[in-house]
Ligand binder design. Structure first.
Ligand SMILES: Cc1cc2nc3c(=O)[nH]c(=O)nc-3n(C[C@H](O)[C@H](O)[C@H](O)COP(=O)(O)OP(=O)(O)OC[C@H]3O[C@@H](n4cnc5c(N)ncnc54)[C@H](O)[C@@H]3O)c2cc1C
Length: 477
């Protein structure tokens, strides 16, 4: 049996964690495998929310990882097209409609994307990922990380990390990846450690700031965006009985109903059986303040309805069909200055690294890209444990600037959908003609923000990473 080159612990069995495991398996040489343990805090692999949109770059990763065909089987896309199609022809992907008026709304921009947009139920997606986890890797459930500790690193022998779980048990690893989402324990430990080592000794303040007050390290704490999202699934049979010509019926793209302060994004999932319904609503003055209650709660249908009084008939028809909605306070973690620990043996990915606003439907796709680049780098032949800190620096240099751009675009485009972007249509009463003209300008700006999702290919990002890796590979020989 081949001796594993080192032991990898992945904290979190969500989109990022499972994709990382698949990428490690896909690229690790058979004669030099990795020992991989996935530690999931929950009793099983679950999903938060229902639908997820999958964009062209993500399909690129899925193809490289050999998951593409299985995922295509559970995805929904524009009529007449096979999901996961390799055609990069531009087609409508995200259609924005002015909807905050009692009369019928109208489309003011159709964002066209290479291969359009495809959507899936998250549960289906996770089941596909789980089927691709190799039997040699162990998925441990009910293992909630509470902290990790590192002993002085001897980069060649390993065994430097101890993971401490909520059930009182521990596990050892050589390398740890925090794929533990927005509440990431890995991120908190990493930033507490870096703050103690790198900020506290150089602080000239009389009262040394805590990590939460530190100008560099405070960003590791999630911030409330001032937005809440209402999420549920709408049975399409029920909706199309009310209105067989409802725009969502044959559109094959994400449809966004826009208005002042609020918007609804909706698309079909589960073979068209349901509409994934996400209503994003602003709480004036909320941004940056502590969220006053539980982040995720079940709410009444009436609460959702109250946010869209006076909106167009199509919106009212969807609201009639809303069942069991929940409210999610949208928090973000943006612009982290680093995502690799001082020792170079711990790194973050997915929402642990960049929990972004959902306005571009991009967080999951970015988590998948992180996992692909990280997994492929780490599994490269000739990479030893001693190389890990350098490999993780390459990962950080390639991924962090990119996700920061996507995160910023996501934030900016959200303000546009809710008519709150500075310098653009703001919903004030004007003539119909001026309204159309201003919405055309806004529509062009929305298209520009979306471009970050497809202007560069995932292959060119990998090429950049591979080039940085080259000196390491050459050194080995
Ligand atoms: C309303 C909304 C709509 C969205 N729509 C889209 C979309 O259409 N397309 C898209 O690409 N993205 C979308 N996103 C973003 C996407 O959901 C996230 O970016 C994605 O789920 C992140 O995956 P992750 O694996 O990093 O984190 P998570 O999905 O949060 O998974 C983290 C995992 O770690 C586990 N965990 C947490 N703490 C611990 C611990 N201490 N120990 C062990 N395990 C732990 C959790 O149980 C979980 O299984 C949306 C987000 C929102 C809020």
């Amino acid at each position: 049996m081949a001796i594993p080159k080192f032991r990898v612990a992945i904290c979190g069995g969500g989109i990022a964690g499972l994709t990382l495991a698949i990428a490690l398996k896909r690229y690790a040489p058979p004669d030099s495998p990795l020992h991989v343990d996935i530690y999931e805090g929950d009793t099983e692999v679950r999903t938060a929310g229902a639908g997820i949109t999958i964009w062209t770059r993500t399909w690129g990763v899925m193809r490289h990882l050999g998951v593409h065909e299985d995922l295509a089987r559970v995805a929904v896309r524009a009529a007449g097209e096979a999901p996961g199609s390799q055609s990069d022809e531009y087609r409508p992907a995200f259609i924005v409609r002015k909807a905050n008026q009692p009369e019928e709304g109208y489309t003011f921009i159709s964002v066209d994307a290479p291969a359009g947009s495809e959507t899936a139920h998250r549960r289906d997606m996770m089941d596909v990922f789980l089927r691709h986890i190799p039997p040699a890797y162990t998925l441990h459930t009910s293992k909630r990380l509470v902290r990790y500790t590192e002993v002085a690193t001897d980069s060649t022998t390993g065994g430097s990390l101890t993971l401490h779980f909520a059930d009182g048990t521990t596990a050892e690893a050589d390398v740890l990846f925090g794929a533990d989402g927005i509440h990431s324990t890995t991120r908190t430990c990493m930033y507490e450690d870096a703050h103690t080592r790198q900020c506290v000794p150089y602080s000239h303040a009389e009262n040394v700031p805590s990590r939460e007050e530190c100008p560099r390290c405070a960003v590791a704490t999630p911030k409330w965006t001032g937005m809440c999202s209402y999420r549920c699934l709408i049975p399409t049979e029920k909706l199309y009985k009310i209105n067989p010509d409802h725009t969502t019926a044959g559109i094959g793209a994400v449809l966004c109903y826009s208005g002042k302060d609020n918007y609804i994004a909706t698309y079909q999932v589960s073979g068209g059986k349901f509409l994934n319904f996400v209503a994003i609503c602003r709480v004036p003055g909320g941004e940056g303040t502590p969220y006053p209650s539980k982040w995720v709660v079940d709410v009444s249908r009436e609460e959702v309805v109250s946010k869209f009084v006076g909106w167009e008939p199509e919106v009212q028809q969807m609201l009639e069909c809303v069942e069991n909605p929940s409210r999610w306070a949208i928090h973000t973690v943006e612009n982290l200055p680093f995502v690799v620990s001082c020792s170079g043996r711990v790194a973050l990915l997915g929402d642990a690294m960049h929990a972004m606003s959902p306005n571009l439907g991009g967080g999951g796709g970015q988590a998948i890209e992180d996992a692909y680049i990280l997994g492929r780098l780490l599994a490269s032949p000739h990479i030893t444990l001693a190389d890990v800190p350098t490999v993780l620096q390459i990962y950080e240099r390639v991924r962090l600037p990119f996700v920061n751009v996507v995160s910023q675009c996501s934030r900016d485009v959200g303000l546009m959908y809710e008519f709150n972007a500075p310098g653009y249509y703001d919903g004030s009463p004007i003539t119909k003609q001026d309204e159309r003209a201003q919405l055309n300008v806004l529509g062009d700006a929305i298209c520009k923000e979306w471009e970050c999702q497809w202007t560069e290919s995932i292959d060119s990002l990998w090429a950049e990473a591979e080039e940085m890796l080259q000196p390491l590979v050459t050194q080995t020989y």
